[in-house]
Design a protein around this ligand. Sequence first.
Ligand code: IMP
Ligand code: MG
Length: 177
Amino acid sequence: MAFYDSDVSVMIDSATVEARVRELGVQIARDYQGKDLTLIGILKGSVFFTTDLARAIDLPLTVEFLGVSSYQGGTETTGEVRITSDLTKPMAGKHLLIVEDIIDTGLTMKFLLENLSARHPASLKICTLLEKPSRARTTVPIDYKGFVIEDKFVVGYGLDFDEVYRNLPFIGVMKGK
Ligand code: IMP
Ligand code: MG
């Protein structure tokens, strides 16, 4: 019996997540052949995805992390996003791929696109493990997508509920939420 068994049920098991991450890695490696790729992992949720994805991309690449927090009003973001931990290097002229855990309303990603494009990268694309399209409040162009999910609050593989459950190896749903 694992610590989460009574409150989390499996939505996408770990083998399915791992296989999809490998597929995305192959696709990204093909698309960025010959380019200086920089992965921008968004803290903290996408740390687990970013490190697995980086290992699935057979190219020389750089990994950077950017911390953002969106002000929460209950379980819903207000759309006000701020940077809690900025990149430490200039990004001008680099091929940036934002690596995010989930796109829900899309407001965080909209902020990230505006913020990072102001740094004049050579290109700027989006890779998200999960998308909840039913909750979208703005449209963002998603270049690489792991899974489209229904409107359920998910945890695991980096995603948290009150900072807990990030270390589950699968994507789970909180029972009763
Ligand atoms: P957005 O700005 O509404 O797209 O929110 C994106 C952020 O909200 C993600 O990076 C997550 O940190 C968080 N989030 C949205 N949905 C979930 C969920 O189902 N579980 C855990 N975190 C979530
Ligand atoms: Mg996040």
